[in-house]
Every structure is written in structure tokens, then in C-alpha cells.
Design a protein. Sequence first.
Length: 219
Amino acid sequence: MPVGAEYAISCPKCGYKVKLGGSGIPGKYYSLGYDEERFWSVYRDNCAQQKAMVGSFVAKNPQWKYGLYIWSTQRGTGKTRLSCSILTSIKLKHEISIRFISVPDYLYKLRNSYRENTVDATSMVRELMDVGLLCLDDLGAEKRSEWTDQELYYLIDSRYRKGLKTIITSNNDITGLSEDSRLSDRIREICIEMHMPEQCIRTQQAFQQQHEFLQSMGL
């Protein structure tokens, strides 16, 4: 897909279309709305609690006062895929504005904008502060400093004060975060913690997607 191109997904029930261009969602996740049976079926563990929590978050999002903190110590457990599918489904169901960005990418763009003295930093921060539902992916993967702690706290605290929900993914539980305690305390206040099954499903998902593609090609 060309850079800057718009991509629309349609609600399977009513046909309503929403554009994902500019949402920050990686292109490979554009078409993945939340299908709970399809998503959780690949895990060995019983995921009834996680399934119920995510299902409620998607279906009743306007009534939810908390965001989600989705974590596992194992990489490749589906945290990013799940958060993107939640975002697209909520945009379809509730017409809430969405934005996805990884924490390392956010801090990299912010630092470069400050160095180059452009207005990009101000507009980006304002957009992330004001969007209806924000996903901050891979918290804890950034190179930590007093500056990174300060910028992340500023963003998350601003959303907290505006009553806006945030989804955060990480390879650590909230207690295990190395970030400043003010930040981890604020995250604990605004997000319900959800532990993903400690099972790498990346290879299984790739095989499943390839199999479905070949079927669509009549093979």
C-alpha cells in the first residue's frame, strides 16, 4: 500500500466503513477486527477471563472508565495484534477516534522534533492527548531516562485528567516496570491489568494467515 494511502474496513453487520489511514495501526493489522473465537482459539491455556474482559471492553467501551494494560513476559503472544483488533472494532462499533503508536517510536519522533525545532512535536503530542482511544505499544522497550519518564508521564497523566482511555502493552507487569514510580502508579490507576497467556503464537498465526490466503486463491 502506498505511503499515506487510506484503507477502509467495513462493519460485517451494517456495512459502515471507517478509514484507518493515519491511525498508526501497522498495515498488516488493518483487516483484523476483534473476533474472540478466532483470536483465542490458538492458545493452549484457558483464556475465559481474558476473553470476557476484552469482549466487554469492545462491546461496552463507552461505559468503561478504565483502559487495559496487556502484558506477558514472552514475546510473540499476540499483544500488539490484540490491541490493534480492539482499536479497529471499537472504531467500527462506537465511532470513537483511535490512534496506535509504539512507545520507542513516539519518543524517537518527539526527540527528533525537539532537536530540529519543528512544530511536529506539539501537534503529535496534542493529537495523542486528545484522541478517544490511544494504544501505547511496547512500554518498557524504550531506552529509559529522566526525560523519557517525564514525557510519558505528561502524556498519560493528561489523558487521565481528560477521562480518556488508554491501552498499554508491555513485556512486564506494572510492578516490574523500570519507569519512574509516578508513571507506574498512574498506569495502575487508569488501566486494568490483563496477563496474556505465556505462549508464542506468532508462527501459528503466520501459518493460519498463509493457509487462508491460499484458500482465497483457490489453492
